[in-house]
Design a protein around this ligand. Structure first.
Ligand code: BGC
Length: 376
């Protein structure tokens, strides 16, 4: 018994050594101290904003899961203000954080803080949004962002009945008037969502089945800085009063985030949509935020992308725990996330497309929301 245990411990130690020796991208673990040194260590967690619900859920989950492992946590929100976020990181470094988990506002704006972290031997995990133009990012936990974009576009096509739910050719012929929205240009994910969606939509646009009547299709023109719902609402209002003033109808809107979808629907409502005679166009979304799930239930917003933030938190926390113990975190992608300086080893999680037909199963039965929250 005893011998067997010693053997197991010895081989575990060997494995750790072997793991520590392999892979240059894992050199980040070089200066980390042993598990005992980091027991109960302080972890700095920075989130972009409380304006969007998902980041509150992310922050809460990361904090509680780290605390359950015995770590101390400094959780900060920057309310989408970059200087606030840089200051929060400066503070966490000064306070002696042993690891940083960062969901950035602007992926390129934190290079100095990342340099300081490196100088203080503090490893960094990029949370959901990749940190750009810096060698000082060790790991990245996110969802499969390219696929998110593809699925948003596919859901738009399904809503328009150009596709059936099983992905086969649908009953509708088109042409359909569709307007496109993209996320914040300083968020690396926004480009992934856009490229993924365009990959799916382009053949339909080329064939004339989908017509972007405004002709606004390039990323810069359609992107909404800081994912701001009011900016999206204003852009939709402008489109309605310019491109659609002659009476043409909007059949679909590609929206990459629920907050934008709510703004877009509100512009459409003011312009007379949302009645039996003139129903809302097919509007997509992302994050399964409560207001949007309610809207989907009512038949207004068509779909959203449900990303289980509890799972993302779990991934980031287990990465953090491994790094703090001098071990190698699990990753499943070492090719796609080049941050302009290096390819950051990443863990990409799956997500679910949610619409009226499955919100109960995916969001209520899984405990993400209670039925009462959605019914209220
Ligand atoms: C996230 C999305 C979110 C968006 C706006 C992106 O970085 O990946 O889930 O909808 O930010 O907060």
């Amino acid at each position: 018994m005893r011998l067997a245990r010693v053997g197991a411990v010895a081989s575990a130690a060997l494995l750790t050594v072997a793991l520590a020796a392999c892979g240059s991208s894992e050199k980040t673990a070089d200066k980390q101290t042993s598990s005992t040194d980091n027991k109960g260590a302080l972890v700095g967690v920075t989130m972009p904003t409380r304006v969007s619900e998902r980041w509150i859920k992310d922050g809460d989950s990361v904090k509680s899961q780290l605390e359950a492992l015995g770590y101390k946590v400094d959780l900060q929100y920057a309310e989408n203000d970059i200087p606030t976020q840089t200051q929060q990181l400066d503070n966490q470094i000064t306070k002696g954080a042993k690891l940083l988990i960062i969901a950035s506002i602007d992926g390129k704006a934190l290079t100095t803080q990342l340099e300081n972290a490196k100088a203080a031997h503090i490893p960094v995990i990029a949370y959901d949004r990749l940190l750009l133009n810096s060698p000082n990012v060790d790991y990245y936990a996110t969802f499969d962002n390219g696929k998110v974009g593809e699925q948003q576009a596919t859901s738009l096509l399904t809503g328009l009945k150009l596709l059936k739910a099983d992905g086969s050719k649908g009953t509708a012929k088109g042409p359909f008037n569709v307007e496109l929205f993209a996320g914040s240009s300083d968020d690396n994910n926004a480009t992934f969502f856009y490229n993924g969606a365009m990959k799916v939509l382009k053949p339909y646009m080329d064939a004339g089945t989908i017509v972007v009547k405004s002709k606004q299709t390039d990323f810069k023109t359609i992107s909404i800085l800081r994912w701001d719902p009011a900016t999206a609402q204003k852009r939709m209002e402008d489109l309605l009063t310019s491109t659609y003033k002659g009476g043409a109808k909007v059949d679909g809107v590609l929206s990459p985030y629920d907050g934008l979808s709510i703004g877009i629907l509100s512009a459409l409502k003011s312009s007379g949509y949302g009645t039996a005679a003139q129903p809302y166009p097919i509007v997509t979304g992302q994050d399964a935020e409560l207001a949007s799930v309610k809207s989907i239930k009512k038949g207004e917003q068509y779909s959203t992308i449900y990303k289980d933030t509890r799972q993302l938190a779990k991934t980031a926390v287990s990465m953090a725990d491994a790094v703090l113990k001098g071990q190698q975190p699990q990753v499943n992608n070492t090719t796609d996330y080049n941050n302009g300086n290096k390819v950051v080893p990443s863990m990409l999680l799956p997500f679910v497309v949610v619409d009226k037909s499955n919100y109960q199963k995916e969001l209520v039965d899984t405990g993400y929301y209670t039925a009462a929250q959605i019914d209220k």
